[in-house]
Design a protein. Structure first.
Length: 280
């Protein structure tokens, strides 16, 4: 399967299939008002200085997530959680959480939508996922990057979600290993789930070093699952296969006895779809 080009800069407005709602930042009060007026689940905010971003980030409580901040462009992308957006990512994570079991929960840390920074530098780029987590003890410390990230899109386009996916791999210096994208396509009335991982791409004859191998890591689409609904029978059709999550990529070790990859079955995905469509 040919992979979509993941190289489009995440700050490029052209990367969105439709022009996203966009405002200029003036102050936090005006920003909150603009968020209240947005009908979808994302908003692009321009002219946000690093100082402005820190002020926005410190607002508690807030009804929005800081999807991505690009300090060089002074662009902030905001997620506005609505019912559909939350169902798209939380219901997948809940299935994974259930498959972990009680013993697995002791070795897995939910990271949720914690604000993370590339290389931990204050004043730089930042981002928050929708659902995420990583293994204990390897990722059980402040500022740890997750191994699994799930990003959802209601009004946000699939191409914009793919920009998010690329950011997670590069900003984490390849510490994120699996990114799931869950998009509800209103025009075709279907759910699209994509599983992305990274692979080393080295040109023939090139000498491989640790640094060059890291630079050669590129996102690759490993699975694309389409779920549609038959309104006449209220049934759900899952195209292609079950969703498979690598134990080794999630837990950073080989599976032990009675451990293995996590399989989110077609029946699981049908139940997931029913929960999503309940809030469409």
């Amino acid at each position: 399967m040919a992979s979509p080009d993941p190289s489009t800069p995440p700050t490029s407005i052209a990367s969105y299939e439709e022009p996203p709602p966009t405002v200029q930042f003036t102050n936090i009060k005006a920003l909150c008002q603009a968020i209240e007026e947005v009908s979808g689940d994302y908003l692009v905010v321009q002219n946000v200085s690093p100082t402005d971003f820190e002020k926005i980030n410190s607002q508690e409580p807030r009804r929005f997530r800081l999807r991505r901040y690009h300090a060089d462009k002074e662009i902030l992308i905001i997620t506005i959680p609505n019912d559909l957006h939350e169902a798209l990512h939380l219901l997948i994570y809940r299935i994974f959480d259930h498959k972990l079991g009680l013993e697995g929960l002791e070795s897995w840390r939910p990271i949720g939508s914690t604000t993370l920074r590339p290389r931990g530098h204050p004043g730089g780029d930042g981002g928050e996922g929708d659902s995420s987590g990583g293994p204990i003890p390897a990722r059980n410390h402040k500022g740890a990057w997750p191994t699994l990230v799930i990003e959802a899109g209601d009004s946000e386009s699939l191409s914009a979600l793919r920009d998010d996916m690329g950011w997670w791999f590069s900003a984490s210096d390849h510490q994120v290993h699996i990114v799931l994208l869950a998009k509800f396509d209103h025009s075709t009335q279907r759910i699209i789930i994509e599983r992305w991982e990274e692979e080393i791409q080295i040109r023939p004859g090139a000498t491989t070093t640790r640094r060059s191998a890291s630079n050669a890591m590129q996102p690759k689409l490993q699975q694309s699952i389409i779920i549609t609904r038959d309104t006449a029978t209220d049934s759900y059709h899952v195209a292609r296969s079950a969703l498979v999550l690598s134990f080794r990529l999630l837990f950073l070790r080989d599976p032990g006895p009675q451990e293995g990859d996590f399989i989110i079955s077609i029946a699981d995905l049908q139940a997931y779809a029913r929960g999503v469509w309940a809030v469409v």
